[in-house]
Write a protein that binds this ligand. Structure first.
Ligand code: ADP
Ligand code: MG
Length: 252
């Protein structure tokens, strides 16, 4: 029997003022699976990712990650600050622009969450951070400040920092889009390793070959709607919808 999906999004709606950005999104992500969100700029991919960890508050629908679920819309009670913090700590997010703390070393960046949010001792947090920095291949950079790291190294610190919260799911929003081409591979290989270890992941990416290789399912979005979804190779190699075909034709 399949366990319950790790992430379940139903009838999700989000608007900014008059602009409806997510129209009626339904999405399930099985435990240990990788889902890639693809689609043109402005289609709502980042907003959807931010709704999954409630960095953005949906206007309607429901969001469940693991055992925590929230309903949005008229009459629904919004989650409180503590509930939100606990929820977010369980969903690691990696951004295009790293967002590291510039005044902290790589080690400091990774230790920060476990100490301040999880209440770990410094010693325990340090052990965990050293293990995670080794996992992303940065054992020799633990004492460096972000300004002295390459983009690929910064992004790997950001991944280690997210993992330090021991999240149930990891969300990646164009984690390699800001990198010089020669640095993309080192970040993708860390993501691939996480996927192969069974991490549940939702990734927004323009790396179509990577999505084809690593994702279990691919979802193509346009104008706030899911236009097509299916097994990664089917959607990428043989898209059914004209809009998906047109989008993918830019990558050949
Ligand atoms: P994508 O990640 O697919 O490029 P986004 O989710 O970033 O798309 O944006 C979808 C739409 O929502 C765009 O039209 C964008 O301008 C708009 N949008 C995103 N965030 C905000 C915001 N905080 N306020 C107003 N409009 C926003
Ligand atoms: Mg985006």
């Amino acid at each position: 029997m399949n366990p319950q999906p790790k992430i379940e999004i139903a009838a999700l709606r989000k608007q900014f003022g008059q602009l409806v950005v997510l129209k009626d999104i339904n999405l399930t992500v099985e435990q240990g699976s990788v889902v890639a969100l693809i689609g043109p700029s402005g289609s709502g991919k980042s907003t959807l990712l931010r709704c999954i960890n409630l960095l953005v508050t949906p206007n309607g629908g429901s969001v469940r990650v693991g055992g925590d679920s929230f309903v949005f819309g008229t009459g629904a009670k919004l989650p409180g600050t503590r509930e939100l913090a606990r929820f977010r700590a369980n969903t690691g997010m990696v951004f295009q622009h790293f967002n590291l703390f510039p005044h902290m070393t790589a080690l400091g960046n990774v230790m920060e969450g476990p100490v301040t949010v999880r209440g770990k001792s410094k010693r325990e947090a340090r052990e965990l951070a050293l293990t995670l920095l080794a996992k992303v291949g940065l054992s020799d950079k633990v004492d460096e400040y972000p300004s002295r790291l390459s983009g690929g190294q910064k992004q790997r610190v950001a991944i280690a920092r997210a993992l330090a919260m021991e999240p149930d799911v990891m969300l990646f929003d164009e984690a390699t889009s800001a990198l010089d081409p020669e640095l993309v591979g080192e970040v993708l290989s860390v993501m691939q390793k996480l996927a192969s270890e069974g991490m549940t992941m939702v990734i927004v990416t323009h790396e179509i070959a990577f999505a084809r290789e690593v994702a279990d399912r691919v979802i193509f979005m346009r104008d706030g709607l899911v236009i097509e979804e299916g097994p990664a190779r089917q959607v990428i190699d043989a898209p059914r919808e004209a809009a998906t075909q047109a989008f993918l034709s830019h990558f050949h």
